[in-house]
Design a protein around this ligand. Structure first.
Ligand SMILES: Cc1ncc(C[n+]2csc(CCOP(=O)(O)OP(=O)(O)O)c2C)c(N)n1
Length: 626
């Protein structure tokens, strides 16, 4: 049977191990060729090919339910659940999502994207099953990286005492995106080394070989028993058993037979169970095995060389931020940086190279990162927490309660603010302004380009209070035409004068506003463009001075609670006219696709915005433009 013929998990059940081996090869080829075209999470999926096949063979999906933690490793599951024909559309606008989606398939029982939720969700499904009187199995597939997230411990603590059937599969590849961190990761390494199935096997073997005459033949005859021996003999791991789980493992996650055997044992077990599976990230594609971090989430690449198809000419915001921090840290010993398991993505690996002792990777623990930063700030340090805007959502309470209320000098560097593109709804960073603007003591900034970010970073060094700087995935340099001279909080920059209206833009939307201005000029409208990089405090004097002009706000963020809302609220308070139009994201979860496609879908392309502005000006003022 070929991959194209697999329409449902049941199709795998009667295949021989030889056929399954061939199928695993086809799956890997499909993963590599599709991700090479579309970009995506390659290394994690290559690592779970056999594990996913085993799950689909042992359990009866969709009655039995699997929750994928983060969900970035669900491609193999998609291929085996009737989505092969659409797989070439992966992560494209209108195509298959790179994460589990309930509206995509009945086999996707729970949506994920942010880490460490699977055990909680699976426990919820298991409890629902019990209440509803069903008998199905519920499985949470969790990586060792995800296990650094605090929610996992809340869930394990609850599940271990819940008296219900639940299977947690710990997919341990020793990697988060970067090498995994923390004490539990060290503990897992210890289990691998000291209680590994190999050593258990060796113990059994040497024991039997010490029995004269019959020992060796018995050992040979016991081939079929080995798996049972493995499971039974190593169920003594302290951590999971202390929490009330039955522990199986560790088992080789690329050995289909032994995995199926253990899964069957766990399926029969009447209580919470953990299966510790060892896999290799990138398995089967040498480039990904060599560089699992690079191929964790990759843009399109060439299969033969592993090189990227399109290299960006500009450095990322994150890199520029980190370089600036390196310079600042040389003269300021208080500066320390923090990442929640994303040293590469945030750019902090640049800082880490220079100051390995002053870059702290706390694991996928955004809540802890913020309160820990608050503690460091209270102790006299100057912490910078670099994090993707979407993951900073986790830290909402800590930001308010632990940092801002005490006015501690922690700087939050929010990368990937705005639309991230192909990762879709779970990853767009479009709620950060709504969650930071209402918070007292917090300065909120959004640079219009790399040059302004440099100035802002310098400014933070002497700012003795909390601050947020948000910037997007797309690098922008307006330097030549619009050199950046100065950054002063509470002051906005008039980039272009204009008599008919003023476009007030934040961050990534400044460049779009300049383009909109050009489009408006063709329609006979002369628009000013104002860079509102100091989102809070706003430039209140400038807003008052614009009272006689129609103003339009632009932000890559949801409209409710964002920049436009804040400007409107100010104008109401001052009894001056508010914005005639606010551009941003409507009350909807934006799906995946290229950023330019999503901007068009949302009516945020300069040409679309110019037309709407023109229309509104006509109707408001009775001006007729051609
Ligand atoms: C709350 C949150 N923070 C950060 C991330 C980014 N992220 C995605 S996958 C990943 C590493 C996950 O490692 P692991 O669970 O071991 O899975 P693997 O890819 O190694 O299979 C991280 C940090 C995220 N998805 N959610």
């Amino acid at each position: 049977m070929h991959l194209k013929d697999v329409k449902a998990p049941a199709d795998l059940k009667d295949l021989s191990y030889e056929e399954l081996g061939a199928l695993a090869g086809e799956i890997r080829d499909e993963l590599v060729s599709t991700v090479a075209q579309r970009g995506g999470h390659l290394a994690s999926n290559l690592g779970v090919v056999e594990l996913t096949m085993a799950l689909h063979r042992v359990f009866d999906l969709p009655e039995d339910q699997i929750v994928f933690d983060v969900g970035h490793q669900s491609y193999v599951h998609k291929l085996l659940t009737g989505r092969y024909a659409l797989f070439h559309t992966l992560r494209s606008f209108g195509g298959l999502s790179g994460f589990p989606k309930r509206n995509e398939s009945e086999y996707d029982v729970f949506e994920t994207g942010h880490s460490s939720t699977a055990i909680s969700a699976a426990l919820g499904l298991a409890r629902a099953r019990d209440y509803m009187g069903r008998k199905n199995a519920v499985i949470a597939l969790v990586g060792d990286g995800a296990l650094t997230g605090g929610m996992c411990y809340e869930a394990l603590n609850d599940a271990g005492n819940a008296h219900t059937r639940l299977i947690v599969i710990l997919n341990d590849n020793e990697m988060s995106i970067a090498p995994n961190v923390g004490a539990l990761s060290r503990h897992l390494t210890d289990i691998r080394a000291s209680k590994g199935w190999t050593s258990t096997k060796k113990k059994v073997k040497s024991g039997l070989f010490n029995i004269p005459v019959i020992g060796e033949p018995i050992y040979k005859m016991m081939d079929w028993l080995k798996d049972t021996v493995k499971s039974a003999f190593v169920d003594e791991d302290g951590f999971f058993t202390a929490l009330g789980f039955h522990y199986y493992g560790p088992i080789d996650g690329h050995d289909l037979k032994s995995m199926e055997h253990t899964l069957r044992l766990a399926k029969e077990f009447d209580g919470p169970a953990v299966i510790h599976v060892l896999t290799r990230k990138g398995h089967g594609y040498d480039k990904a095995e060599e560089k699992p971090e690079m191929f964790h989430g990759t843009p399109p690449f060439y299969v033969e060389t592993g090189g990227l198809r399109k290299a960006s000419k500009l450095p990322s915001f994150g890199k520029v931020m980190a370089r600036e921090l390196v310079d600042m840290a040389r003269e300021d010993k208080r500066i320390v940086t923090i990442t929640a398991a994303m040293p590469g993505g945030t750019g902090l690996n640049v800082f880490q190279k220079e100051f390995p002792d002053r870059m702290l990777d706390v694991g996928i623990a955004e809540e802890h990162a913020v309160t820990m930063a608050a503690g460091m700030a209270a102790g006299g340090m100057k912490p910078y927490f670099a994090v993707y805007a979407t993951f900073f959502q986790r830290s909402f309470d800590q930001m308010i309660h632990d940092v801002c209320m005490q006015k501690l000098p922690v700087t939050f560097l929010l990368d990937r603010a705005g639309l991230v593109g192909e990762d879709g709804a779970t990853h767009h960073g479009v709620y950060d302004l709504a969650s930071t603007l209402p918070v007292p003591n917090l300065t909120v900034l959004a640079p219009r380009d790399l040059n302004e970010l440099r100035l802002m970073m310098r400014w933070t060094q002497h700012h003795d209070a909390p601050c947020v700087i948000r910037y997007g995935r797309k690098s922008i340099d307006l330097g030549e035409k619009y050199p950046c001279k100065d950054f002063v909080p509470g002051k906005w920059e008039v980039m272009e004068q204009g008599a008919d209206c003023a476009l007030l833009a934040v961050g990534s939307m400044v460049v779009e506003a300049l383009e909109t201005r050009a489009q408006l000029a063709q329609l006979g409208i002369d628009a000013a463009v104002i860079n509102c990089s100091s989102v809070k405090p706003m430039d209140e004097d400038m807003l008052r001075s614009l009272a006689d002009k129609p103003i339009v706000t632009m932000e890559e963020h949801v409209l409710t609670g964002g920049f436009g809302s804040a400007v409107s609220a100010f104008c109401v308070g001052e009894e001056i006219p508010g914005p005639v139009l606010s551009f941003g994201i409507q009350d909807t979860f934006v799906q995946h696709g290229r950023r330019d496609q999503l901007m068009k879908y949302l009516g945020l392309e300069p040409e679309q915005m110019a037309k709407r502005i023109c229309h509104v000006l006509e109707s408001k003022r009775g001006i007729k433009h051609e």
